[in-house]
Design a protein around this ligand. Structure first.
Ligand code: ZN
Length: 352
């Protein structure tokens, strides 16, 4: 399974953009995908689509689809994850809330009774897969609540059996005559590993950053522990020290099985016929980078030095090189160039 490298470099344009700045980012998108953004906005005035996001855990599914919405039209595009939906619906299921149970009585169909399906749901742990038929009914309910919006669905299909369901899902639920699209995301395991290992979270506002790959604007040094740390810079927050979550230092080890399963799911979907597929690549070989992307589109890595004299942290930035799953030295792309490729491929899939 090899995903093509998408070219976002425009030869004659020399301008650089700071992609961390929202205003510059908007100008960047206009330059690199302005025509397609206009076509999509036009399309979304009267039409919608359903896109299934397939990527490993921490592959950036939420980031990409939210950025796509932000750039194209946040009012007409929604993103929802099965995980969030399950967490939200859980208390209502436990209390057997009437509105929910009535909906399920009408819409649930399966080989086990609705009551049994709800019991499995309540007794589940992180390993058990929820009854597919119950998930289908709940997804249908979510979609009905988001009328007239294009949707990115994250977390369905979840296993190999569910792929076939998703192919006919549109027909099953009678979701208008919307086009449906599969979005496959390819990201090296090493990228996921470092995203987890260096993740830092604000204990107050839960903002998540990365000490090595996505620091905040304020970095300080703990002289006792001899370690650098981030201070939260969310303007609505108090600016406290961000911390790593227990277990994060293990990286992908605890979720290795899950990542394997996700990988199989992507591989299987890669060979599907009849449904448009969009292929997103997070990384590209260092050797080919100059041909395909601009320097500022590549994820840098940050390291730090403490200057005892100036009592100040010195920040060192350089290109981040990782080995992809085939052992090739690669760069990881920042989200905006991946979203440029997403915008262009969706416009094409919709024949705009
Ligand atoms: Zn905070």
């Amino acid at each position: 399974m090899r995903f093509p490298i998408f070219k976002t470099k425009i030869e004659e344009v020399k301008k650089k953009f700071n992609l961390a700045d929202p205003k510059e980012r908007q100008r960047y998108f206009e330059l690199k995908a302005g025509a397609e953004i206009e076509k999509l906005r036009d399309y979304l005035k009267e039409n919608t689509f359903i896109a299934y996001l397939l990527g490993k855990k921490m592959s950036g599914k939420g980031t990409y689809s939210k950025m796509f919405a932000e750039v194209v039209n946040p009012e007409r595009i929604d993103h929802f994850s099965i995980g969030d939906m399950v967490r939200e619906v859980e208390p209502n299921l436990k209390q057997r809330k009437k509105e929910l149970i009535d909906f399920l009585k009408k819409d649930y169909r399966g080989f086990i009774s609705l009551e049994k399906a709800i019991e499995i749901f309540e007794k589940r742990n992180t390993e058990t897969l929820l009854p597919t038929e119950l998930i289908l009914a709940l997804v249908k309910r979510e979609i009905a609540r988001r009328e007239k919006k294009a949707l990115f669905i994250d977390g369905f299909p979840r296993d190999l059996d569910q792929i076939s369901y998703s192919l006919f899902f549109r027909d099953l639920i009678g979701y208008r005559e919307d086009p449906d699209i599969f979005i496959l995301i390819d990201v090296p395991q090493s990228v996921i590993d470092e995203r987890i290992k260096w993740r830092r979270v604000c204990p107050l506002c839960q903002t998540s950053r990365n000490l090595k790959l996505l620091p905040t604007s304020k970095i300080d040094y703990d002289q006792k522990k001899k370690e650098f740390y981030l201070l939260c810079d969310n303007p609505d927050c108090k600016g406290v020290r961000m911390v790593s979550k227990e277990g994060d230092e293990l990286g992908i080890e605890p979720i290795r099985k899950r990542l394997e399963m996700d990988g199989k799911l992507i591989e299987r979907s890669f060979s599907l016929y009849g449904i448009p597929k969009i292929l997103l690549r997070n990384s590209l070989p260092v050797k080919e980078a100059k041909t395909f992307v601009d320097d500022y589109e590549i994820t840098p890595e940050y390291s730090y030095q403490w200057s005892e004299k100036e009592k100040k942290v010195k920040i060192i930035e350089k290109p981040w090189i990782v080995l992809d799953d085939e052992g090739i030295e690669s760069y990881s792309l920042l989200p905006p160039p991946v979203v440029v490729s997403l915008i262009k491929q969706i416009a094409e899939a919709l024949s705009l």
